[in-house]
Design a binder for this molecule. Structure first.
Ligand code: PMP
Length: 291
């Protein structure tokens, strides 16, 4: 069955969902996007995703030609048109077609596109056994160059690091910022659990936004869940040593959800198996998304 895609103001079959070769989204990566997920027919944190999309658009002076309410309806309608109750949604706003040359003022009609499909980022055994990751030599873009807080169509920085991970036989890679501090992975935020050995309750730590990260919606949900469960959770500067010596490590993202990491740069993390705090948060997250 062909997929149904929302384009600007209507639902169309996927082979009619087209953008111009003169669209600056294609020519220059000029545009913004979101990745959302629906569980049991309900979109998880739709408002937070729309707020982040609007913030990304504002940061690049892109006016989204629809209201938030209209885009929210488009997301829900596209899922329904594809008969998806558990689905992944890619929401894209491009700068629109224009003449060649960077000038966004020479473009017209930003394109609003909603694609709904299923997604399975990693096989189930990765969730049970945990991921091995490596640190990429490619640094996360500095905020002064292009803020990682903008979810833009320009993902080459992340793709360069992803390639390094794949070449090392890993499906994710850790990215450091220009100061050598831990930022995030190529498409996921990172957390560590420290001081949890010997029955101690442990602290959950994750880099702050000014480390140069995309402020993940899954990340924020996991921080709320940890605090609700009485786990001390803080945003703090982390370096690789803090990761290597952690008791547990996991990644968060809309597509990946919450996934354990058991090895970084050849160092076994904690006991080398997914830890109890990670397991508790995976469980709490699965309950939250279906609540
Ligand atoms: N960091 C980057 C670079 C991302 O692209 C993403 C989204 N895939 C995340 C973190 C996680 O964000 P979210 O939880 O909102 O999906």
């Amino acid at each position: 069955m062909p997929r149904i895609v929302f384009m600007n103001d209507r639902l169309v079959p996927e082979d009619e969902a087209r953008v111009s070769v003169f669209d600056h989204g294609l020519l220059y990566g000029d545009g913004v996007f979101e990745g959302l997920r629906s569980y049991s027919g309900r979109v998880f944190r739709l408002d937070a995703h729309l707020d982040r999309l609007w913030d990304s658009a504002r940061a690049i002076c892109l006016e989204i030609p629809l209201t938030k309410e209209a885009v929210a309806k488009a997301v829900v309608d596209t899922l329904a048109a594809n008969k998806l109750t558990d689905g992944y949604v890619r929401l894209v706003v491009t700068r629109g077609a224009g003449s060649l040359g960077l000038d966004p003022n020479r473009t017209k009609h930003p394109q609003v596109i909603v694609i709904a499909d299923t997604i399975s980022l990693y096989p189930r055994e990765y969730y049970e056994q945990g991921l091995r990751i490596v640190t990429a030599a490619t640094q996360r873009t500095q905020s002064a160059a292009l803020s990682p807080r903008i979810k833009s169509l320009n993902y080459l920085n992340n793709i360069m690091a992803k390639l390094e991970g794949l070449q090392a036989g890993c499906v994710e890679a850790l990215m450091l910022n220009h100061k050598g501090e831990v930022a995030e992975c190529t498409g996921d935020n990172i957390f560590v659990v420290r001081d949890a050995a010997g029955g101690r309750s442990g602290r959950l730590l994750t880099p702050p936004p000014d480390a140069g990260i995309l402020e993940g919606i899954t990340r924020n949900a996991v921080m709320e869940l940890a605090r609700a469960a009485g786990i001390d959770c803080r945003e703090t500067t982390l370096v690789r040593h803090d990761l290597y010596t952690a008791d547990e490590c996991f990644l968060t993202g809309t597509a990946a959800e919450v996934i354990p990491v058991v090895e970084i740069d050849g160092r076994r993390i904690g006991a080398g198996v997914p830890g109890p705090v990670t397991a508790k948060l995976i469980d709490a997250f699965q309950k939250l998304v279906r609540s």
